[in-house]
Design a protein around this ligand. Structure first.
Ligand code: ARG
Length: 405
């Protein structure tokens, strides 16, 4: 009788390689390994596929998700200026839902009843995979081998691998846990677990040390159309290309590192280092342009939605109705976020030094204290009379009651 099938989110590393064999031996399943190409650093996808097949996967699919990731996920994240706890721009939290979507699609296509992932029981990523999968197809059964098996250390895993004929990936294990995609890199564990320890220099790969950055500032013009980057220094490009270009520029100027404590959904605080030179610069420029182009009440209300959006996405709610409703609000704010932002990079800093937009709501004739003033100051008097009326009534009453000096 044919075996049941399980679609596995596969990275090519030790954990998910052992997962393949474990699903075969312990659960008697045929494993379809799926590698999501989301712009991560890797040593060759063909090599990863070979490894999966060698361990025993019946099939290994490599899915290039980059364009969809940029156009669906990074676009929405930028509309939300997304930063969890006002700091972390959600890189891992953005990739798990897109990978989940493809896992579910492949499960449907192949008739697999199960989906497996290699997350531990302590992080957010397990929640993101499982909540996303549940939202897309609540009938699919999820298996989390790393949470279930009793292999506690890397050595336990290697022993198990050796005993079960699994060739251990030749890649040297990093002392850190790293997750990356084209939006950025997350680095955890090892010496970073003590928040008093300085991050070792070798954790950073896309930014130079700000102290070693050039001694002259670099000026960049970043252009947006409908809230999306469309040109750098006058050269038209796609959002994807703009992310890569801004990574280069910001990275060589030492901008884009974060070192922070973060509150995981499962209740644990963790120390995290992140590196997102391009995205952090793009978000900064985007936000500045919004100050110029969004009407005041929208601009003031938007951060409430942005924070709720970031929390929802951090917590794995990408496909939830609340997050989808937030997207509708955010999307409607972006049509007029068109214009050019001048950025100045200098030794780890990125400053906005100029803004222009055909949708600018900044009106110099209203703002000026000089010639050509069009603001009717007579309207101010009547406005203030109404505006301060409640406080006037209150203050008068306080005095009548002898409550105020
Ligand atoms: N703390 C971040 C988050 O929850 C990064 C997680 C990185 N994942 C990893 N497997 N190293 O989004």
């Amino acid at each position: 009788m044919a075996k049941d099938k399980c679609v596995l989110a596969y990275s090519g590393g030790l954990d998910t390689s052992v997962c393949i064999k474990w699903l075969m031996d312990e659960k008697d399943l045929d494993v379809i390994a799926v590698v999501g190409e989301v712009g991560q650093e890797h040593q060759g996808l063909e090599q990863i596929r070979d490894r999966a097949l060698k361990v025993g996967a019946v099939e290994c699919r490599i899915v290039d998700m980059r364009e969809e990731f940029v156009n669906e996920y990074c676009t929405k994240a930028l509309a939300a200026n997304a930063k969890y706890e006002n700091k972390y721009p959600l890189l891992s939290a953005l990739s798990r839902p897109i990978i989940s979507k493809h896992l579910v699609d492949i499960a449907h296509e192949t008739g697999a009843k199960y989906i497996a992932h290699g997350c531990t029981g302590k992080g957010n990523d397990q929640v993101r995979f499982e909540t996303s999968i549940a939202a897309l197809d609540p009938t699919i059964k999820i298996i989390a081998p790393v949470r279930e098996w009793d292999l506690y250390t890397r050595e336990d895993e290697m022993d198990w691998a050796a005993a079960h004929g699994v060739e251990v990936p030749a890649t040297k294990k990093s002392p850190y846990s790293i997750d990356d995609n084209l939006w950025g890199r997350a680095i955890e564990c090892g010496v970073l677990e003590d928040p008093w320890n300085l991050p070792p220099a070798d954790i950073w790969t896309s930014t130079v040390n700000p102290e070693d950055a050039p001694d002259t500032p670099e000026i960049v013009e970043l252009e947006f159309e409908g809230g999306i980057p469309c040109a750098v220094n006058g050269e038209k490009m796609t959002y994807h290309e703009a992310i890569l270009k801004m990574n280069e520029i910001a990275g060589r100027n030492g901008f884009g590192r974060l070192d922070m404590i973060e509150n995981r959904l499962i209740g644990v605080k963790s120390r995290e280092c992140y590196e997102l030179p391009g995205p952090l610069a793009i978000i900064k420029a985007h936000q500045a342009l919004e100050y110029m182009c969004l009407e005041r009440e929208v601009l003031h209300y938007k951060p409430t939605i942005e924070q709720a959006w970031a929390t929802a996405v951090y917590n794995g709610q990408w496909f939830s109705p609340l997050k989808i409703a937030f997207d509708a609000f955010l999307e409607s704010t972006q049509t007029c976020v068109t214009g050019t932002v001048r950025l100045k990079f200098y030794k780890g800093n990125c400053d906005v030094t100029g803004l222009k937009s055909p949708f600018s709501l900044y009106d110099e004739s209203l703002a000026t204290y000089g010639e050509g003033d069009t603001f009717d100051r007579n309207t101010a008097k009547g406005f203030i009379d109404c505006y301060d009326l409640p406080v006037k009534v209150w203050a008068t009453n306080r005095r009548q009651q002898g409550l105020s000096e």
